[in-house]
Ligand binder design. Structure first.
Ligand code: C2E
Ligand code: MG
Ligand code: MG
Ligand code: MG
Length: 285
């Protein structure tokens, strides 16, 4: 009955927050619960080299909600950001990535895991100290983790952000500029901050190879990155024509549905155990 009443104009007065705000509050409470009850899970999507071999696994957050099913980050990360819960979430993601990287290394698959940071993570007093503390606690061998930072994190970035990034890099965490080309000052950020690489945003990859504009932009970015000594990952590679163009233009790393969808660690490991017997067979069998 309350639901029906919500559609009635007069009933607005009995809903001081309004329906949208109520939904929002409900979502917020469920997310708080999710954080406490460990309903978050990480899926992993490979970044492959020109031969298609996985080099890095990007950790992508999902919410396994009992009532809503599997929820994608676009639907809940903004809420985590607005409520400040993102800081605790990032700590959880980072720790989980450390543990996963260690498990894979112990299984003979030393893959680096890339963790996404939110612009809001940079608002806390000591982001570097927080992450490096976790790294020390988890005793992860160096070289198994890297960080993806979007340009929006660097908008208005001051001295503290500079220092945080420098500390993280010095501790052996490569820094990648995510969604490259979509921000306001992509080139300025490359000059100001100690990035090791960039991820070309999938909107540029989407136009390959038909759009002359996309072709020129992607070639330009690859050339620039080569001159600057930056690693490059192309995001959102979703078909063979895009992949072929990028390989032809020596893009060192490719990521997208064409190669693999984000999947659970267990699914990735099943893939390895299925491949193992086959790769052990002699060539002529
Ligand atoms: P992102 O870091 O740029 O991640 C790439 C997104 O593109 C992922 O979406 C991925 O599933 C999707 N994708 C990969 N290949 C393809 C493709 O070939 N075609 C298309 N159309 N999409 C592709 P997802 O997992 O929904 O994540 C969206 C965004 O949410 C991420 O963008 C990242 O900014 C954010 N995010 C994800 N996990 C985390 C996290 O743990 N912490 C934070 N702070 N942000 C996260
Ligand atoms: Mg990313
Ligand atoms: Mg990206
Ligand atoms: Mg993106």
């Amino acid at each position: 009955a309350a639901k029906d009443a919500g559609r009635n104009r007069l009933a607005v007065y009995s809903h001081p927050l309004g329906e949208a705000a109520e939904h929002r509050l409900q979502l917020e409470q469920e997310l708080r619960h999710a954080l406490d009850q460990r309903e978050f899970v990480l899926h992993y999507q490979a970044q492959v080299d020109e031969q298609g071999r996985p080099q890095v696994m990007e950790a992508l957050l999902r919410w396994q909600s009992p009532s809503r099913g599997l929820v994608l980050p676009g639907e809940f990360i903004p809420v985590l950001e607005e409520t400040g819960m993102i800081i605790e979430t990032t700590r959880w993601v980072f720790r989980e990535a450390c543990r996963q990287a260690r498990r894979w290394a112990e299984q003979g698959h030393p893959l680096r895991i890339a963790v996404n940071l939110s612009p809001l993570d940079f608002r806390q007093a000591d982001l570097a100290g927080s992450l490096l503390g976790i790294l020390a606690e988890e005793q992860l061998p160096p070289g198994l983790l890297e960080l993806e930072i979007t340009e929006s994190a660097l908008l208005d970035a001051g001295q503290e952000v500079q220092r945080a990034l420098a500390r993280l890099k010095a501790a052996g965490l490569p820094l990648l500029l995510d969604d490259f080309g979509t921000g306001y000052a992509s080139l300025t950020y490359l000059q100001q901050f100690p990035f090791d690489g960039i991820k070309i945003d999938r909107q540029f990859v989407a136009g390959l190879p038909e759009s002359e504009h996309s072709v020129a932009l992607v070639r330009g970015i690859l050339t620039m990155a080569r001159h600057l000594g930056l690693h490059v990952v192309a995001e959102g590679v979703s078909n063979e024509r895009q992949a072929a163009f990028l390989r032809r233009n020596s893009c060192p790393s490719l990521q997208g549905y064409y190669y693999c969808r984000p999947q659970t660690a267990a699914a990735i490991e099943r893939g390895w155990s299925q491949d193992a017997p086959r790769s052990l067979l002699p060539q002529d069998h």
